[in-house]
Design a protein around this ligand. Structure first.
Ligand code: GLY
Ligand code: MN
Ligand code: MN
Length: 420
C-alpha cells in the first residue's frame, strides 16, 4: 500500500499543486453475447492503485493531498452472478486510500473543476513509469523467477510429437501453480519453421524430432510483466547447424547485456547487435561484404528484422519515458526505441536470427541484396525457423546490469535442462 501511495504522491508532485487529476480505470470488454473477456486493469491505474477491479476511478488533489478512489455500485443481481465486489469501506482498507466513494458520485466531486489535460498527465505518467521503484522491481523480480521456473519445466517436459499448445499448457500451469494466474502477453510457442514468425500465436502444430522449439512467454504479477524467450532442440541435443546459429545469437546477447550501462543509447546497442549478427552470418557463409554496409544497407534485417530491446514494466512494450527523454536516432538504422539508458530502467535483450520465407523469397529483396546474401546457401536454411534468446535486465547506476532472468541459455546448460 505504501508503494502505491508513494507513486501517487510522486505523480501529484510532478503535476503541481494546482492540478486536479482524474484517472479512469479499465472497463470490462465483451467477448461475445453476454460474456466478457478476462478483465485486465488499465496499466496507469494499476501503477497508481494496484486495484484490479473494473469500473473504478481515481481522483487526486495535490494541493490538499486528498485521494479518492471510486468503486462501482453493484446491486444484488450483480452479486448473485458475479460475486462480491468490495464496498467503499472494504476498499478503503484493502487499497489504502483515504477516501472511497461510489463511481456514480464522481460528477459530484469533479463538478466543473478542470482536470489536468490528458497529454500532461500522460507525459508525467510516462516519465515516472520509466524508472522502476524498489517495490516495482520486487514484483518484476518475482514475475521473472516464476516465469523462469516455468521455462525450465518446459525444457524438461518437451518431447517430439507434442503439440505446441501442450507445451504452452506446461508453461502456463507452472505459472498458475506458483500463484500467477495471468500472462503478460499471449505465449508464443513455435516449433521448427514457426519460430520464424515473430509474433506466432497459432500454437497448434506438432513439434518434430530435429526441430527447434522457440518459446517466448512470461507471467504477469500485479500487472508487471516478465518477457522471456528460449530456443532449444526438440530432442534435447543441438545439431551442428542449430548450434552454429544459436551460438551467434547467444554471444550477441551476452555482449549487448554487458554493454547496457547508464548513458548508452538503446539504438547504438541495437546497431552493436546487428554488427555481431552480421559477422556471425558472414562466418556461416550466408552474408558477405563489409559489416557496416550489411548493417546500414539492410541485409542483416532480412535475418533479424526486429529491435534488440524495449522497455518492460506494466506493459510488455512499456512506455519509453515521456517527452523529456525523446531524442533523435543517432544511428543509420531505423529503430523504434531510442533513449539513453538510465538506472532503474528495466529492458529486454532479445537478439535473434530467423529464416523468414516472406523476406528471403521476395524477388525485389533478392535483387536488392544479391551481392550481400548468398541466396543459394539461404535455400538450405529455409526449413530452420529461428533462434531468439530474451532476458530482462535492470540498468544499475554503475557496472553491468542486473539480469532478472535465470533460465539456462549456454548450450551445455540447455542440453542438461532438456535431458531425458
Ligand atoms: N513477447 C514480445 C516481445 O518479445 O517483445
Ligand atoms: Mn520482448
Ligand atoms: Mn518476448
Amino acid at each position: 500500500m505504501n508503494h502505491y501511495r508513494e507513486l501517487r504522491r510522486a505523480l501529484a508532485r510532478r503535476l503541481g499543486p494546482r492540478a486536479l487529476i482524474h484517472l479512469e480505470g479499465g472497463r470490462s470488454v465483451p467477448r461475445n453475447f453476454d460474456v466478457d473477456y478476462v478483465f485486465r486493469q488499465n496499466s496507469d491505474f494499476l501503477y497508481l492503485t494496484g486495484v484490479e477491479e473494473p469500473g473504478c476511478h481515481l481522483v487526486l488533489e495535490p494541493k490538499s493531498g486528498r485521494e479518492i478512489l471510486f468503486v462501482p455500485r453493484v446491486d444484488s443481481h450483480h452479486r448473485v452472478w458475479e460475486g462480491h465486489v468490495p464496498s467503499p469501506a472494504e476498499a478503503k482498507t484493502l487499497f489504502g486510500v483515504d477516501r472511497v466513494m461510489y463511481a456514480d458520485e464522481l460528477k459530484k466531486v469533479l463538478g466543473r473543476r478542470a482536470v489536468a489535460p490528458k497529454a500532461r498527465l500522460r507525459d508525467a505518467l510516462d516519465e515516472l513509469r520509466a524508472i522502476k521503484s524498489e517495490g516495482e522491481l520486487a514484483l518484476m523480480r518475482r514475475a521473472n523467477e516464476v516465469s523462469g521456473a516455468a521455462h525450465r519445466a518446459v525444457m524438461a517436459a518437451t518431447r517430439p510429437g507434442m503439440r505446441e499448445y501442450e507445451i504452452q499448457a506446461v508453461f502456463e500451469a507452472e505459472c498458475m501453480k506458483a500463484g500467477m494466474r495471468h500472462l503478460a502477453y499471449p505465449s508464443i510457442v513455435a516449433a521448427g519453421v514457426n519460430g520464424a514468425v515473430l509474433h506466432y500465436r497459432r500454437n497448434d502444430a506438432v513439434l518434430r524430432a530435429g526441430e527447434l522449439l522457440l518459446i517466448d512467454a512470461g507471467a504477469e504479477l500485479k500487472g508487471y510483466a516478465a518477457d522471456i524467450t528460449r530456443t532449444f532442440p526438440a530432442d534435447g541435443k543441438f545439431s551442428r547447424r542449430q548450434r552454429d546459429v544459436y551460438q551467434i545469437v547467444l554471444e550477441t546477447q551476452k555482449d549487448c547485456i554487458q554493454a547496457a550501462r547508464p548513458g548508452v543509447v538503446s539504438a547504438d546497442l541495437h546497431v552493436r547487435s546487428m554488427r555481431r549478427i552480421a559477422e556471425g552470418l558472414k562466418s556461416l557463409g550466408i552474408l558477405r561484404g563489409e559489416t557496416d554496409g550489411l548493417v546500414e544497407g539492410g541485409a542483416v534485417r532480412l535475418f533479424y528484422p526486429h529491435g534488440l530491446t524495449h522497455m518492460l514494466g506494466l506493459d510488455v512494450h512499456d512506455t519509453t519515458g515521456g517527452k523529456k527523454r525523446k531524442m533523435p536516432n543517432p544511428t543509420k538504422v531505423p529503430v523504434r526505441f531510442v533513449a539513453k539508458l538510465e538506472p532503474g530502467f528495466v529492458i529486454t535483450m532479445e537478439p535473434g536470427i530467423y529464416f523468414i520465407d516472406a523476406l528471403l523469397r521476395d524477388p525485389a529483396l533478392r535483387r536488392k541484396h544479391k551481392t550481400s546474401v548468398d541466396f543459394a546457401k539461404v535455400e538450405s536454411f529455409l526449413d530452420f525457423g529461428g533462434v531468439r534468446i530474451e532476458d530482462d535486465i535492470v540498468i544499475r547506476p554503475e557496472g553491468p546490469p542486473l539480469n532478472l532472468t535465470s533460465v539456462p541459455k549456454e548450450i551445455a546448460e540447455v542440453e542438461a535442462a532438456c535431458a531425458r
